[in-house]
Design a protein around this ligand. Structure first.
Ligand code: NAP
Ligand code: ZN
Ligand code: ZN
Length: 347
């Protein structure tokens, strides 16, 4: 079936043909309607993390409809609206899997793309394609009440920001900084505001100030403005760092108050240089977080339904993907590209 793939770190994303099997006993086959474009797709397609096996079919923010089901499937029926996020399988027996945090599986997560299936050892191919087959346990229920293109990014950007915000008990009275107003950052603003926090967007883009406030932030901090940065010194309880490229972490750690925490979700390819006294001086914490488990992803989708949260999207045809990558790298997207997969079927 039709897909789009990168064949090497400097190749564009081009049309490609892949096989999808009929669903096994516990699997469902999903007709993909929309797929979000995550910055991780770019890191992987360009082998910036040094772990890509080519050809790679990116895409892990998938929304679609079940079109066939295996004989033992009980959770989903043909016609159901569902989603798939960053992984499609895990060992199911380690402590993390049993705790519902499959993303930290000790036995090896099977990622939605750039991974190998457990039994067949075949490569996994992601959502830049017309359909996907996955075990029903790794499939999420999606409400048809929400704007569907806007739901797709919740499957990665949504859970990646919801999980650390919940883990660090962000809520009423918490002063939260969201670093980087991109795909992850703009969803983080909506979720943190819905949790009742006092939200500040910390951005390199002065032009995003009005949007930040519209998205639900209470304040905007331009990170290049030294005097504004100084005024927010030791101000925040919690900072979520979604920045995708190398930057000076120390400059932003100074914004945390006593016992404050910065959680990294952005994964720049370069190492992170941190000065120890930036942590010791106010007993600050520096932590990281990776997406979220299936149970928490469903909780996040239900939370977003209740609070009417979806991603702000620019819907694009599949053939626009290479321009979309360039625009993401220029921080020129308001705020997530989502591919309308009907445009691939017509190719
Ligand atoms: P994105 O849409 O490109 O947003 C990143 C934002 O970072 C930009 O909009 C920009 O915001 C800011 N930024 C970019 N370059 C910068 C620079 N040189 N210095 C300072 N700020 C810069 O990307 P995304 O899809 O949200 O993903 C963000 C990162 O999270 C990526 O590294 C991605 O791989 C990673 N990620 C991690 C997980 C996880 O589980 N941990 C999951 C998904 C994605 P402003 O214009 O506001 O400055
Ligand atoms: Zn992602
Ligand atoms: Zn496991």
């Amino acid at each position: 079936m039709n897909a789009y793939a990168a064949h090497g770190p400097s190749s564009p994303i081009v049309p490609f043909s892949i096989d999808r099997r009929d669903p096994g006993a516990h699997e469902v086959k999903i007709d993909i309607l929309y797929c979000g474009v995550c910055h991780s797709d770019i890191h992987t397609a360009r082998n910036e993390w040094g772990n890509t096996t080519f050809p790679v079919v990116p895409g892990h923010e998938i929304v679609g409809r079940v079109i066939s089901t295996g004989s033992d499937v009980s959770r989903y029926a043909i016609g159901d609206m569902v989603g798939i996020g960053c992984f499609v399988d895990s060992c199911r027996t380690c402590m993390s899997c049993v705790a519902g945090e499959e993303q930290y599986c000790d036995g090896g997560v099977v990622w939605t793309y750039n991974s190998k299936e457990k039994v067949t050892l075949l490569p996994t191919y992601g959502g830049y394609s017309t359909s996907i087959v996955a075990d029903e346990q790794y499939v999420l229920r999606v409400s048809e009440k929400l704007h569907l293109p806007g739901v797709a990014p919740l499957l990665c950007a949504g859970i990646t920001t919801y999980s650390p915000l919940r883990h660090w008990n962000v809520g009423k009275g918490t002063r939260v900084g969201i670093m980087g107003l991109g795909g992850l950052g703009h969803v983080a603003v909506k979720i943190a505001a819905a949790l009742g926090a006092e939200v500040t967007v910390i951005s390199t883009s002065a032009a995003k100030e009005a949007d930040a406030l519209k998205l639900g932030a209470h304040d905007f901090l331009l990170s290049s403005d030294d005097s504004a940065m100084l005024k927010r010194k030791s101000h925040f309880d919690f900072i979520l760092n979604t920045i995708s490229a190398q930057h000076d972490y120390n400059r932003f750690l100074s914004l945390l108050r006593l016992n404050g925490t910065m959680t990294l979700v952005g994964i720049p390819p370069e190492a992170v240089p941190v000065r120890a006294n930036m942590l010791t001086g106010r007993r600050r914490n520096l932590s990281g977080s990776l997406i979220g488990g299936i149970k928490e992803t469903q909780e996040m989708l239900d939370f977003c339904e209740v609070h009417d949260i979806v991603s702000d999207t620019e819907v694009i045809p599949m053939s626009y993907i290479n321009e979309a990558y360039e625009r993401i790298l220029r921080s020129d997207v308001r705020y997530r590209f989502v591919i309308d997969m009907a445009t691939l079927k017509k190719d």
